[in-house]
Design a protein around this ligand. Structure first.
Ligand SMILES: *Cc1c(COP(=O)(O)O)cnc(C)c1O
Length: 229
């Protein structure tokens, strides 16, 4: 089932890229395996998936231990500062940086371990009360401050769009995040590039790709419904 789903999702990614006139190589699919049994994660790996996303530190560590080593692991969930030390050097990217204090902690741990860590700034584009992320207005300032920290590199922006019935409702938020990333790129801040836009989930990744996503994070579409979110 996972293999078939993965093919379906890749087909939709391909079609979305075509519609948007973008090369398919610009979009990386992150298989969001959170809460899913290991067998399904292995099935996705065997079907060719090499980028996986988890939202809890302990689950991430367990999977890094058990799965093959040629996987890019993405930390996509809210990250507490006291847990940074467990994942620095072990993940390809941290998508959920939403405060300077968190960025500082990542920097400190990275220096200590002599690794470089790529991060994304999580933006609450829709301004939802329930969501983590910095506001659109605060984003550039956080990027600038984070750019000065040793051993961390801001690679772009991430957002979790609202949960909606009709993906079209989220188009404006994807456009807003894209515009924000262009504005920040134009500031030419040292040690910052805005090459990554991590946006789009099962319900709306097609629209997100049309609006410039370079990472889409798909869970349900690959692994089926989760019992708990
Ligand atoms: C769970 C999760 C996803 C995947 O959601 P689906 O709707 O199952 O595709 C993507 N991004 C984040 C940050 C998540 O927590």
């Amino acid at each position: 089932m996972v293999r078939e789903n993965l093919e379906t999702v890749k087909g939709i990614i391909r079609a979305s890229c075509e519609r948007a006139g973008r090369p398919e190589s610009e979009v990386t699919l992150i298989a969001v395996s959170k809460t899913k049994p290991l067998e399904l994660v292995q099935e996705a790996y065997e079907a060719g998936a090499r980028d996986f996303g988890e939202n809890k530190v302990q689950d991430l560590l367990d999977r890094i231990e058990t799965m093959p080593s040629d996987i890019n692991w993405h930390m996509i969930g809210h990250l507490q500062r006291n847990k940074v030390k467990y994942i620095v050097g072990r993940v390809a990217m941290i998508h959920s940086v939403d405060s300077l204090r968190l960025a500082e902690e990542i920097s400190r741990e990275s220096v200590k371990r002599q690794v470089e860590t790529d991060i994304l700034i999580e933006v609450n584009v829709a301004g939802e009360e329930s969501k983590f992320g910095v506001s659109v207005e605060e984003t550039a300032s956080l990027v600038e401050k984070a750019s000065k920290l040793p051993a961390v590199h801001v690679r772009g922006l991430m957002t979790i769009a609202p949960f909606v019935e009709d993906a079209e409702e989220n188009r404006k938020y994807f456009q807003k995040l894209k515009q924000l990333s262009v504005d920040i790129e134009n500031k030419n801040i040292d040690n910052v590039n805005m090459s990554v836009l991590s946006m789009g989930m099962t319900g709306d990744y097609s629209v997100a790709i049309e609006e410039g996503a370079t990472f889409v994070r798909v869970g349900t579409g690959i692994f089926g419904e989760r019992a708990f979110a």
